[in-house]
Design a protein around this ligand. Structure first.
Ligand code: MEV
Length: 423
């Protein structure tokens, strides 16, 4: 079959039929096609309903971070990640923090922002006043959309309006503040934003275009902090190194991006394992890091008067216990059960603690021996597998490469040849 990306009616086919077409076009072997069809804990029917044009499943390792103590409570943290050393670093960091009394956390109410964009205004100030004067009517219209959320104490609690100058003239942006309780809230907020749009058009005599949640969830923040005894870190020099690393990230966006990526390594792994929207969390975190000026770090580490390390992280955390894939993905449901959080707020705070731990794990290694030593031994196993090693040969090949400081597929193949000839 000729290679074309136009496949008419592809979406109407079953996953099996779609796979047959792709197999043909991409010249997949039977084994390669079978890999996609191996759905593991999920049924093909479930995944076919979760996304579109499904041809199979993409599995990811699921590990468990241990040692976490948050507000005096112990947690087992499920993490889905393909990156070697992330889970090991989280466990190690959580152990050090545990020596200092564990993590402490707080969070704001789970309030998300829904934006309604109004354009074509003759008098933006007047339009803004009209909207603010009709606040009660707009909130009522929004709350009529979700009686269930209201019954749990959530719903549209307030609104505001702002005039912005854009390349296409002034716009009025009306913002609904919706308490989403234990939901992430995108569906509830988007429904409300769409429902109030006609009323806002009438009030402003303008035209509404966008009606959508903002992922810069500044009203839904989670915070975690901890103290790490210098002895747990290996001495005051390491504390100094981490404080210097933090100051570097605070001052330099190039370093801040990597510093924050390190924290997000942990947060996203848990968000993924629990079926939440990790793109929303990622977008919110990085936008928050740039909210008050140049892009900066979302965490801070300093040395206290005793010479111990103190750390704090704060970021938007729009996660839920219901909605999305949280309930439809059977493995996400099990991950949630392992995590054992009782509310979206508790979940958000655990995620902030995981981010702080992951950040600490990376900075401790960077300020000390560097990350390559730990990374390399785990990475070497992947390289050994890529070179074709199986079972006990994976570790044997990996150990040799690390010892030789040559972690490359070509070297792995040579070692593998040598070892298999000997057997
Ligand atoms: C690698 O995935 C993450 C780090 O680069 C984070 C950091 O530099 O802080 C190690």
């Amino acid at each position: 079959m000729a290679k074309t990306s136009v496949i008419s009616g592809f979406y109407k086919l079953s996953p099996k039929e779609r796979l047959a077409i792709v197999k043909d076009i991409a010249c997949l072997t039977d084994e390669e096609a079978a890999l996609l069809e191996n759905t593991g804990a999920l049924s093909m029917d479930t995944v076919d309903h979760m996304a579109e044009n499904v041809i199979g499943v993409f599995p990811e390792p699921l590990g468990l971070a241990v040692n976490f103590q948050i507000n005096g409570k112990d947690y087992l943290i499920p993490m889905a990640t393909e990156e070697p050393s992330v889970i090991a670093a989280a466990c190690y960091a959580a152990k050090m923090v545990r020596d200092g009394g564990g993590f402490h956390t707080s969070s704001t109410a789970p309030v998300m922002i829904g934006q309604v964009q109004v354009v074509g205004l003759k008098d933006a100030k007047h339009a803004k006043n009209q909207v603010l004067a009709a606040k009660a009517d707009i909130l009522k219209k929004a709350n009529d959309q979700d009686p269930v959320l209201n019954s749990f104490g959530g719903g549209a609690k307030d609104l505001d309006a702002k005039i912005i100058d854009t390349t296409m003239g002034q716009m009025l942006i009306v913002e609904l503040y919706v308490d989403c309780r234990d939901a992430m809230g995108a569906n509830a907020v988007n429904t409300m934003a769409e429902a109030v749009a006609p009323l806002i058009e009438r009030l402003t005599s303008g035209q509404v275009y966008l009606r959508i949640i903002s992922n810069l969830a500044t009203k839904r923040l989670a915070k975690a902090w901890c103290t790490v005894p210098k002895e747990a870190l290996g001495g005051e020099a390491v504390v100094d190194g981490i404080a210097y690393a933090s100051a570097f990230a605070a001052a330099d966006p190039y370093r801040a991006a990597t510093h924050n990526k390190g924290a997000m390594n942990g947060i996203i792994a848990v968000v993924l394992a629990t079926g939440n929207d990790h793109r929303a969390i990622e977008a919110g975190a990085h936008a928050y890091a740039a909210l008050k000026g140049p892009y900066t770090s979302i965490s801070k580490w300093t040395k206290n008067v005793n010479g111990d390390l103190e750390g704090v992280i704060e970021l938007p955390m729009a996660v839920g216990l219901i909605g999305g894939a949280v309930k439809t993905h059977p493995v996400a449901r099990v991950a949630m059960k392992i995590l054992g959080v009782k509310s979206a707020n508790e979940f958000a705070e655990v995620l902030a603690a995981v981010g702080l731990a992951q950040n600490l794990g990376a900075l401790r290694a960077l300020a000390n021996e560097g990350i390559q030593r730990g990374h390399m031994s785990l990475h070497a196993r992947n390289i050994a597998i890529t070179a074709g090693a199986k079972d006990e040969l994976v570790d044997l090949v990996a150990e040799r490469m690390v010892k030789e400081r040559k972690v490359r597929v070509d070297r792995a193949k040579e070692i593998l040849d040598e070892l298999t000839k000997r057997q």
